[in-house]
Design a protein around this ligand. Structure first.
Ligand code: HAM
Length: 427
């Protein structure tokens, strides 16, 4: 029986992995410019963290977590998202006590959700996310959104739509909650089973239901924006005016509620508008989560962040036909003829590699012709030939493939010679 990887997972092989490395380096550089520092947290946490953090009534906690008992009988969960873990780490390490708040973090890493796999929806996927903890300034909401938009634009995406909403503070939400219950209650029986539960537990989530989205009561549902109290309304106005100042266009959608419980005030998603992107158009999502740090045992600290999956980012790049500047060519390939030359070549390869040059050679006992073929396949920029003659004269032949120029140089000079060649190529 041949074993396959679990459903909803993928292998990222050379050819594809270079794209991942490239986007990760661009995203890290964007974070450097915005002064966000990398944090790495464990892949599994106590189950309770997500129950309390992400929320007991969410689909993630109710249906999608990979939860298991370890040998000590503790319930652990493979993280379904990064925010709860980052907040746990912030509290546990007392990072709130350090000077220089807010704390601005970014992270990359695999997340796990037991969802029905389809294009853009995996059971293991990689998120890039940021979290800013310890600021109530609407300017930082705009900064987080700007970083998200900037990241996509930097990579060459153009068909983007930023959708924005405010979920208000607790007081505003309480009023809105009552209004939603009285609005949907007469239609309770017409709603899906999940929504009937949501109506009691978290009526806002009814607005996010895929099954009931065409129910007539949806389009007439009370909008959260009508229930924002003064503080929440002013906060939202300020976030928008910062975005206006930055020249970042957005669309307001009062039905954007997000699928996690911790959100309040600013909520946003970035969608791909590119044709051919697929059924799932959300590239990333985020928002403010004041109160989460306290929920996880820390002092009153506000927070905001967002996350995107690299899988969906790469899908969007493909859909928009963006080609990434990936280096596919090998610097050098050494062709060696005969046993002595083979040995000498291994030494040259080692010296060149130590000097920072990318080099490869044959390890399959191939004939000379096949070695040249390998060099060709690897798109070697230089082919170095060490034959019996060269060896006898203490020389090596260097061929520059782009021009066909070749010269024979002293073996002892090869490292210096190649270093010069590559320096010349860069300037
Ligand atoms: P989320 O909306 O659940 O938010 O996920 C954020 C992003 O992760 C999505 O927009 C999508 O790009 C990606 N994603 C989610 N599920 C999958 C999946 N099954 N397959 C592929 N990609 C997926 C969060 O996770 C929050 N922690 C975001 C956040 C950070 N809010 C504040 N800070």
């Amino acid at each position: 029986m041949s074993l396959k990887g679990p459903r909803g997972t993928q292998d990222i092989l050379p050819g594809e992995v270079e794209k991942w490395q490239f986007v990760e380096s661009v995203l890290s550089d964007v974070c450097r410019r915005y002064n966000y520092k990398e944090v790495r947290t464990p892949i599994f946490e106590h189950t309770e963290l997500f129950q309390r953090g992400v929320g007991d009534t969410t689909d993630i906690v109710q249906k999608e977590m990979y939860t298991f008992e370890d040998r000590g009988g503790r319930s652990l969960t493979l993280r379904p998202e990064g925010t709860a873990s980052v907040v746990r780490s912030f509290v546990q390490n007392k990072v709130y006590g350090l000077p220089n708040q807010p704390t601005k973090y970014y992270y990359f890493g695999p997340m796990f959700r037991y969802e029905r796999p389809q294009q853009g929806r995996m059971r293991q996927f990689v998120q890039f996310g940021i979290e800013a903890l310890g600021s109530d300034d609407p300017a930082i909401d705009a900064e987080v959104i700007a970083l998200a938009m900037n990241s996509y634009q930097e990579l060459g995406l153009q068909s983007l739509k930023l959708v924005l909403n405010s979920l208000g503070d607790q007081e505003s939400r309480e009023e809105h909650r009552k209004a939603l219950i009285s609005h949907f209650d007469p239609h309770r029986e017409e709603l899906c089973e999940d929504c009937q539960v949501r109506l009691d537990q978290n009526p806002m989530r009814v607005l996010d239901c895929k099954k009931d989205k065409d129910h007539p009561a949806m389009s007439t549902a009370p909008s959260i924006l009508e229930y924002l109290n003064d503080y929440s309304r002013t906060y939202f106005e300020n976030v928008k005016s910062y975005l206006d100042k930055m020249g970042i266009p957005y669309t307001i959608d009062p039905n954007l509620v997000r699928g996690l419980d911790y959100y309040n005030h600013t909520a946003f998603e970035i969608m791909s508008e590119s044709e051919g992107f697929g059924a799932i158009t959300t590239l990333s999502g985020g928002g403010r989560y004041n109160g989460l740090v306290e929920e996880i045992g820390g002092p009153e600290t506000s927070g905001i962040g967002f996350a995107m999956s690299i899988e969906r980012l790469l899908m969007a790049l493909e859909a928009e036909g963006v080609s990434l500047p990936l280096e596919e060519k090998l610097d050098c390939y050494i062709v060696a003829l005969g046993e002595e030359a083979e040995k000498e070549a291994a030494g040259v390869v080692y010296q060149l590699r130590k000097a920072g040059i990318q080099v490869d050679k044959d390890y399959a006992g191939k004939k000379v012709k096949a070695q040249f073929k390998s060099a060709d396949r690897l798109q070697a920029k230089y082919v170095l030939v060490l034959g019996e003659n060269e060896l006898a004269n203490g020389q090596i032949n260097v061929k520059r493939m782009a021009t066909g120029d070749q010269e024979t140089i002293a073996l002892a000079d090869v490292v210096e010679h190649m270093k010069k060649e590559f320096k010349g190529e860069q300037s």
